[in-house]
Design a protein around this ligand. Structure first.
Ligand code: ADP
Ligand code: MG
Length: 699
């Protein structure tokens, strides 16, 4: 068997040649035979039905008719020339019209021959015509062999110009497939195939392109999706196991500091969910292995205190701990909140951000290196080269979705000998399917319970035209002592315009509420000024906060009970949900008011609707995944792993679940994949590793 067959460059494929190969490489990144046969069609056309010519009308999509050509003629001169073939079935005649390529088509069409024509009906001078149809001689035997489901491939404008349309591609693929299929090896163990009723890889590849029937097409899709997801999971689970086997972890066994904190300084009882998560973390940090845990919890579920308690475990065992937040405001807020506790426990704590000044910075660096500083809160400034710890035992990352994977790993390496335990926290509820794929290498804890006494935020949708009424309601609430956020979108491309929007809004709000103090915070302000305004609002010196999304993440002002989101149609779902999470933190009834104009896109309307309907972050995340697709959801930085050829995380959750369980069971029994029955997995993993561009390779 020739192992390099699939690596064969496509210019050697019959029907391609160097020029077409060039286009395929440039336009579709198809370099090898493996790429070519993994260029799956995105849908199939059902060519089993023939329409009657008398039934055709111009509103129909693509249709297919069968009949005999009774007569042909060429009309017009030069560029106006057209060729017409009159096709007749038992119900009538139809004009098939060509304006281009007339010479070729004239030669092809024979009068009295039976043809199948496929195209989009058009109305011309009151007559139905079929311009530039696909046409082939009617051959029942061939149809029986090839099936009636025709693949439709993604192509580009440039390709079409060079005659490489979907049909041409289908012809090329049909040409290589018989030979390619001979070289295909099975990539899933026999047992898995049987258990999940999967068809073989050979059958799957054949039928994904040229299915004999719908059922086989579905089986082929299922099989290929399963395989793709299975291998993402095998890789992630192996990584996780490997890390657990390889990386030692510090032991945080001493809990006396923690007990002290619980007994004397914690003002509230932890929720059961918080307690459960802390137990999970404790188990990790006393296991002797490095912890890599993702902590998910909806906004306001109380992740910060869990983070602090984990820090106390580190500090109580003689280690340092750090917490990295995505913005200065958030870092500052964490610092203020945690310093209160740390001071009571006599634990040295400090903050390091981009705006920390030179002298102070130097001092912090020194104390970190000497080990005197125990807890450091900060922003990206934490991962700078200069920042060195004496013995960092724990690194926590807040609002993980704001950071890239690379930044995460930089924190890890802050301790060279043994990696610190890592806890990443996120309030962006990630749908389970996505979490399994993106963070399949992490262990996951979930806080699925809000602290007691919280009333769910009431969300309403109001049009801009009803602003006065909204203001009236807000005035009432402020009179009762509440505070209000007004949030404006800020999108980078139109930053200037948005800023103007915000400042206009600020003015009209100060005019509408002359009796109250208004703060304003936006991205163009110096961190110091931002902070000053935030603090004034937090202390209740201002009643209204006008801001951009800089307040999106983490800011905590329990007395603020109204969140007004201006131009709500311009925000994504997870952002809306995050913003709403800024209210509903106290015991008062809170409100989220989504302001929009009248005309909304269908999608925007759906986003607003789901926001009004539910407070459940996971439900919202699932809707988001459905509306936007997974790539968008997580930002580009993490999308590498989402380069799936055929599986769709938004739709294929059940397959993913099956694939993950299967992968898990196999690795549990045979973590090194040394058993003979798993040899094909090992082999496939190796060839996936080799291929950098596309790790779903076949050979
Ligand atoms: P998030 O999970 O969004 O980061 P925070 O950690 O900021 O949430 O917590 C939100 C608020 O809830 C804070 O004011 C915090 O002190 C409070 N809180 C956290 N846990 C509890 C609890 N078990 N009981 C009462 N209040 C709590
Ligand atoms: Mg938080």
């Amino acid at each position: 068997m020739n192992h390099n067959y699939f690596e064969t460059s496509i210019e050697y494929v019959k029907g391609i040649g160097p020029q077409r190969a060039d286009i395929l490489k440039k336009e579709l990144k198809i370099f090898t035979i493996a790429d070519l046969i993994q260029h799956y069609p995105f849908r199939h056309e059902d060519r089993s039905q023939f329409h009657k010519i008398s039934e055709l009308h111009a509103d129909m999509p693509y249709i297919q008719v069968k009949g005999k050509v009774k007569f042909t003629e060429t009309i017009g001169e030069g560029s106006k020339q057209r060729f017409i073939a009159y096709l007749r079935d038992e119900t009538g005649d139809l004009e098939l019209v060509w304006f281009k390529g007339i010479v070729g088509i004239k030669k092809f069409i024979q009068v009295n021959q039976e043809y199948i024509a496929f195209g989009k009906p058009n109305e011309f001078n009151g007559k139905i015509t079929l311009p530039h149809p696909e046409i082939q001689v009617y051959n029942p035997q061939e149809i029986k062999e090839q099936g009636t489901l025709f693949p439709v491939y993604h192509t580009t404008e440039k390709m079409k110009q060079k005659g490489l349309d979907s049909k041409a591609l289908a012809k090329i693929i049909r040409g290589v497939l018989p030979e390619a299929v001979r070289h295909i090896r099975e990539t899933l163990p026999e047992e898995v195939l049987i258990q999940h009723k999967l068809i073989s890889k050979k059958e799957a590849i054949t039928n994904i392109h040229f299915p004999k029937n719908i059922e086989l097409l579905q089986k082929a899709e299922y099989r290929l999706k399963f395989e793709e997801l299975f291998y993402t999971q095998i890789r992630l689970i192996r990584q996780n196991l490997y890390r657990k086997e390889t990386y030692q972890g510090f032991l945080f066994k001493d809990t006396s500091l923690l007990t002290d904190f619980y007994k004397s300084h914690l003002e509230f009882d932890l929720t059961n969910a918080q307690k459960r998560v802390i137990r999970e973390i404790y188990k990790d940090v006393t296991s002797g292995k490095q912890m890599n845990r993702l902590l998910q919890g909806d906004v306001g579920s109380g992740k910060t205190i869990v983070a602090f308690i984990t820090m106390l475990l580190a500090v109580g065992n003689g280690f340092q701990a750090c917490l990295m937040a995505p913005t200065e405001i958030l870092a500052e807020q964490h610092y203020q909140g945690l310093k209160k506790y740390a001071d009571k426990l006599n634990i040295p704590i400090d903050i390091l951000t981009g705006s920390s000044t030179g002298g102070n910075r130097k001092l912090i660096h020194d104390y970190l290196e000497s080990g005197d500083m125990k807890i450091l809160i900060g922003t990206h400034a934490l991962i700078e080269e200069k920042v060195k710890f004496k013995n960092l035992g724990l690194a926590i990352i807040d609002e993980q979705h704001r950071f890239g994977v690379e930044q995460r790993s930089k924190l890890w390496h802050k301790n060279q000998a043994i990696f610190p335990h890592v806890l990443v926290m996120t309030a962006t509820p990630i749908p389970r399917t996505l979490a399994m794929t993106l963070y399949g290498d992490l262990d996951v804890s979930i806080i699925d319970e809000l602290p007691p006494g919280r009333k769910p935020v009431r969300t309403v949708h109001r049009y801009d035209a009803h602003r006065l009424k909204v203001f009236g309601f807000i005035r009432e609430e402020i009179r009762k002592g509440r505070q209000v956020y007004f949030v404006y979108p800020l999108i980078e491309e139109s930053e200037k315009l948005d800023l103007k929007n915000l400042m206009d809004g600020y003015e009209s709000i100060t005019r509408a509420f002359p009796e109250y103090a208004v703060s304003v915070v936006h991205g163009q302000m110096k961190p110091k000024d931002k902070d000053y305004e935030m603090q004034r609002f937090a202390r209740g010196e201002t009643q209204i906060m006008v801001a951009t999304t800089v307040i999106e993440v983490g800011v905590n002002v329990p007395n603020a009970s109204i969140m007004v989101i201006e131009n709500a149609e311009r925000f994504g779902l997870s952002q809306l949900h995050q913003l709403r999470g800024r209210v509903g933190r106290g015991s008062e009834q809170s409100y989220c008011i989504l302001m929009t104009k009248y005309e909304l896109s269908k999608e925007a309307r759906e986003r607003i609707k789901i926001m009004v309907e539910t407070n459940d972050g996971f439900e919202i995340a699932n809707t988001d995944l459905r509306l936007r697709g997974p790539g968008d959801l997580m930002g580009t930085q993490q999308s590498g792993i989402l380069d799936l050829l055929i599986a769709d995380l938004a739709k294929d959750a059940p397959i993913l679940e099956q694939a993950r369980q299967t992968a898990f069971k196999i690795l549990q029994e045979d973590s090194e994949l040394t058993l003979y029955k798993n040899a094909c997995i090992k082999h496939q993993l190796e060839s996936l590793k080799k291929s950098t561009t596309n790790w779903a390779r076949i050979s």
